[in-house]
Design a protein around this ligand. Sequence first.
Ligand code: 3HC
Ligand code: NAI
Length: 702
Amino acid sequence: MNSPVTFVQEGSIGLIRIDNRPVNAISPRVVAALEESFAEFEGRGSLDALVIYCAGRTFVAGADISWFESSDFNPQAYNRLLARIEASERPVIAALHGTVLGAGLELAMACHWRVAERATRLGLPEVKLGLLPGSLGTQRLPRLAGAGTALDMMLSGAMVAATKALRDGLIDEVCEGEARAAGKACAQRLVESRAALRRTSALAAPSPPVDGFARYFTEAGGKPQYPARAAIVRCVEAAVERTFAEGEQVEAREFAALLGSTASKCLRHLFFAEREAARIPDLSESSALRAIGKVGIVGAGTMGGGIAMNFANANIPTVLLDTTEAALQRGLDLIRKNYAASAAKGKLTAEQVEQRMGLLTGALEYTALADCDLIIEAVFEDLELKMQVCAQIGRVAKPAAIIATNTSTLDVNLLARAAGRPERVLGMHFFSPANVMRLLEVVRADDTAPEVLATVMRLAKAIGKTAVVSGVCFGFIGNRMLEVYLREAEFLLMEGADPERVDAAAESLGMAMGPCRMLDMAGVDVGAKVVIERAKAGELPADPGYRAVVRKLFELGRYGQKTGAGHYRYDGRTPIPDPEFSAVARALGESHGIARRDDITGEEIVERLFYPLINEGLRILDEGIAYRPGDIDVVWTAGYGFPDHRGGPMFMAEQIGLAKIAERLRHYADLRGDAFGYWTPSSLLTRLVETRAPLSKWARTA
Ligand code: 3HC
Ligand code: NAI
């Protein structure tokens, strides 16, 4: 196997090249090879300077995250190497390009000089993995850029542009050409000018942030579920108040503690789950992918407009089609308003707004879609209408075009057949607001061609979505599980738990919003219509006691925030407990023969909301609707506000213990009866408990 690191000599300059694709991550093998190459430089006394650069798309983008999972993980060897590099008596220059992240930026900061291509971005994103920079980033960055900037970078995990990094003192030079050549030129200059070597660890300790550390500690203390935040502040405080060597010890201690933390394990799980979700098991790498140069969207409403913005943002020309000039104009006006709001916040320039609006055109005739490579329908949620629209699209679209539906509840197989070319049809289930929400469920219908699926998965990444494949079933992965969660929330309400208690319990687990507030925000009417329609279609129980609360609120015109009342009363967007709602819930409970209880604990609420949801997730796996447990975790964390520090519902299930979940499901079945069948442990849950097999290792064999 070729070494991932090579050393060459060009004149009096040594060059170390790291080549460990895709992102040149630091692994034990890379550390060993780097040590060897550096020793070679040390041994060649005739050389004047050393340049470290990377092959491929980026400089080192971090430590190899899978290395953290192995029992022999220890950053000490790497840290010692960085100290050796910094101690060199001859200049060492880091030549940067791409995304210089984590252990990559830490390497760069141990060098004496940093030159970066203009498009380079730099960051310490460890906090997103529940960690802190463990190779002296917490000590070197404050010395280079100041404590305030270092804290902002490490607590946000965000990347900064090379020009900002230059202003902040993090790098020394921005070059126009290639990093390697610029690095060499720089080395020559430093040698000729006999510049004194600038060792970051020897720089004066930085001043504290202008407004002190208290604010940072308070902010971190408010998020105890993310222990990395406070640990980062403690490390920077040590950088300010103590010697470099002492700071190093503080960082090592904090890093080791975080590595074993549950939050970090969960966040690392999600990092890999999100990337794994993009892989489709039965698809060969060679599936020919189509270029998507132009998109058409039918229906310029809430969703159509939001979807269009995704493509305009990615520089893809998009046609929006609606039935009337007025509807079209409303849609385009709303898009402009959204862009103007981003511009007002300084996120876009006026030129960018115009450039994006310039990519959008309106149309009233289907012929305008004839040259589109992808056409997405987002008209009203009505099967007959959608069948007609799909047929019309099928008639005008070019043969290779892909046709997608944004339906949230209808049968994608039926729509695929209506389009007349089922192999080129799939679902693209965006979430509202579609220009903001990260999740995209890509629905693979029975006849969807592999190449069509692969093309859409790649496109999803290009427009910044986190895509997960789902099979066809009611609600796909996310809403099918949501249904279980919402129906149990309703039973709790009818038994006498107030909305604020139900929400508080869900939020105590870390949900962004409890079920009642969420439905009030999304619209009780929207939820009720789905329940009514799907019950008619036989996909949900027709029993009037089933989802009785949402039906009743709909009947009463309590649609949630938009009508000022739903599960709560609203003062603007602020929910206020409403005795009128309690009276409605009480009456419903009585009329459906549901016994009232006053001993419902927070723990019971959490178990009853989440254990059936997990059980449904296991059914979804068993039926082959989702490929793997991690896909479900991605759906729930990226689209439903499930806490990332718990890794998603399936990862959480494993932490709780599958046997315990099965036992509690049986307990509630005994307590409450099982009229709707969701307390019965799923067959997969039973099998996993019996065989004591880990869910994380589960893979469909069929
Ligand atoms: N370790 C292992 N694999 C990594 C990796 C890492 N740090 N970063 C990226 N990869 C892999 C991905 O899994 C993916 O593999 P796949 O193609 O087999 O699925 C491949 O590299 C490409 O990644 P993306 O699909 O994410 O490509 P993008 O171009 O969209 O993004 C990136 C590239 C900006 C580098 C992004 O991958 C990223 O943000 N990576 C994480 C960077 C990070 O968190 N670094 C810090 C690590 S912790 C650390 O360094 C600790 C130290 O302080 C001790
Ligand atoms: P909407 O009512 O805001 O927009 C629908 C648009 O379609 C309107 O502009 C209407 O004029 C247009 N339209 C109707 N018939 C048409 C036809 N024959 N040809 C062209 N245009 C036509 O609805 P919304 O909320 O945007 O929903 C659209 C779709 O997105 C539905 O299938 C819905 O289930 C789905 N969806 C909605 C989500 C939401 O939260 N609103 C979330 C995910 C999916």
